[in-house]
Write a protein that binds this ligand. Structure first.
Ligand SMILES: [Zn+2]
Length: 142
């Protein structure tokens, strides 16, 4: 179990030039909005999360877990780690693309407006997936 102090130390360490260049590439070259600094949240909603540590980059799938019908927690699942010394940007990009593809597969079409939505913003109405916007609209109507 890593301690909070160790976490703080790792975060305080500067990234290697290799990792920094990978980070900049992801921030500027992907066709998605990117948020975050040392941890990048790519896409809105997040399609993939890339965590940079001092000598490696970990790629995570943003998987959601339902707790209540309206409350979810983010439980990212690790898809792999690319080491700055033995790995390459190509490997990192391949992992990122695979993770995005996996994430998009979990999206469903809203049965009301047809928009493809992340599972965490979909509810259900009479057993059909309906997005949050459409559910909100309904609540206003009734
Ligand atoms: Zn909808």
């Amino acid at each position: 179990m890593p301690s909070k102090l160790l976490d703080a130390l790792l975060l305080a360490m500067p990234l290697s030039p290799t990792l920094e260049s990978w980070r900049q590439y992801l921030k500027s070259q992907l066709p998605y909005p990117v948020q975050g600094a040392q941890t990048l949240f790519i896409g809105d909603p997040a399609l993939v999360i890339v965590v940079f540590q001092h000598d490696k980059a970990e790629v995570l799938l943003p998987a959601m877990e339902w707790r209540h019908h309206d409350i979810h927690t983010v439980k990212p699942r690790s898809q792999g780690v690319i080491d700055a010394c033995s790995g390459s940007l190509e490997q990192l990009l391949a992992l990122v693309e695979d993770t995005i593809a996996l994430r998009l597969k979990s999206f469903h079409e809203c049965s009301s407006c047809g928009k493809r939505c992340a599972p965490e913003v979909l509810g259900s109405l009479k057993g059909e997936p309906v997005c949050r916007d459409c559910i909100k609209g309904r609540r206003v109507l009734f």
